[in-house]
Structures are given as C-alpha cells and as structure tokens.
Design a protein around this ligand. Structure first.
Ligand code: E4P
Length: 214
C-alpha cells in the first residue's frame, strides 16, 4: 500500500520523506490556507521534496476555469496531480485534462457511483473520504472498499486514495481492504510508529544488558 501525507506543511513532509515511507502528498485549500504561504511556491517546494505525486486543488467551480487552473498547476512541476472536486463540471474538466495527459485526482467522493463516473472520465486517482462519512454515521471504510472494488472489477487505470483518514484503526482497515493508497495526516504516521510493547521491550533489553555487563 502506498502512503501519501495529507498536509501542506513542508517540515512534516521532509520528516516523513527521511523515514523512507513517503510515496506522495495530497493538499487541499484548507491545508494550504493553514500554512499562510504562497500557494504555487508552497506546492513547488513540496514537489521538490517529494519527487512523486503531489495533489494541488483547483478553486474554480466551472469547468472552463477548472481546466485553466489545472493547466497552470500542471506547469509547476511534472509531479503535480490536479485535484478536482467531484461535480458535473469537475467530471468534464477531468475528462479534458486527462485527455491532455495531465493526472487528475477526483476528490470529495462519497459513493461508488461517483467513483465509477470519475474512473470513466479518466481520473488517475479517486479520493473517497472515509472520516467525513464516519462523521455522519456511515461506514467510511466500507465506501472506500466499494470504490476499490469498482477499480479492480473493471480494471480501470485509476488508483484509489483512501482520504480523510483520522486514526490508526482506519489504517488497519485500509490494509484489510487492500486499498491502493492511504493519505494520512502526520499525526497518524506518528501514532502508527508507537507501540507500548516496543518501548517496554527496549527498556527490558537495555536493563538486562546493563545488569550483565556490571
Ligand atoms: C484528501 O485529499 C483530503 O485532503 C483530506 O483527506 C480531508 O481530510 P479531512 O476530512 O480530515 O479534512
């Protein structure tokens, strides 16, 4: 399973890159706004660090401006994936940009039907949001699994990104459903590394070693 970091914070990205576990990055307008830095410069800096797929989202809602913004974003770096929200205009923009060879990540997907349409429009990635579905009493990972089944069953050339991942439990579920990619906040990477038995084991080994060499 590929791991993407869901952040626009360059320091967090560098830290995870150095761990050797980073396959890509996803940003969204909220994450970019949090950094209070220039959008295009930030995205360019992220691409330099990641040297892999970096999703940068369009702001427009009409397809003509989405396409214009998407083309401009794609010029920033070969690593840019243009992120487009799932709407009727978003589908049309996806179809145009993917036809030009630009990778598109269709985001804000909440059903397998939306996933199917995004795959057909040529999306390189689709992002079903698990956490936001959980928030309203649905089983978010179940919907991610349904989206993955669409891609696998019909053999679309699209990768599924489990998005809105909020916990280590979500990550275990992502592995169970064999999703292509999970995009996760830095906090969840830190939580995944921790296990009390690892800490206890190290403490025990060190104590035994010190006793033996005394
Ligand atoms: C994914 O591409 C989105 O940026 C992100 O996963 C949204 O997560 P949230 O629902 O925790 O904001």
């Amino acid at each position: 399973m590929k791991i993407f970091l869901d952040t626009a914070n360059v320091e967090e990205i560098k830290m995870v890159k150095d761990l050797g576990v980073l396959d890509g990055v996803t940003t969204n307008p909220s994450l970019i706004a949090k950094e209070k830095k220039d959008f295009k410069k930030t995205v360019a800096e992220i691409c330099e660090v990641v040297k892999g797929p970096v999703s940068a989202e369009v702001i427009a809602l009409d397809w003509e401006t989405m396409v214009k913004e998407g083309r401009e974003l794609a010029e920033i770096s070969e690593h840019i994936v243009v992120k487009i929200p799932f709407t009727k205009d978003g589908l049309k923009a996806t179809s145009i940009l993917s036809g030009e060879g630009i990778d598109v990540n269709v985001t804000l997907i909440f059903s397998a039907n939306q996933a199917l349409l995004a795959c057909k429009a040529g999306a390189a990635y689709i992002s079903p949001f698990a956490g936001r579905l959980d928030d309203i009493g649905h089983d978010g990972i179940d919907v991610v699994a349904q989206c993955q089944a669409v891609v696998d069953t019909y053999d679309y050339d699209t990768e599924v990104i489990a998005a809105s991942i909020r916990s280590t439990a979500h990550m275990l579920q992502c592995q169970e459903i064999a999703v292509d990619i999970a995009t996760i906040p830095y906090k969840v990477i830190e939580q995944m590394m921790k296990h009390p038995l690892t800490d206890a084991g190290i403490a025990q080994f060190l104590a035994d070693w010190e006793n033996a060499v005394k």
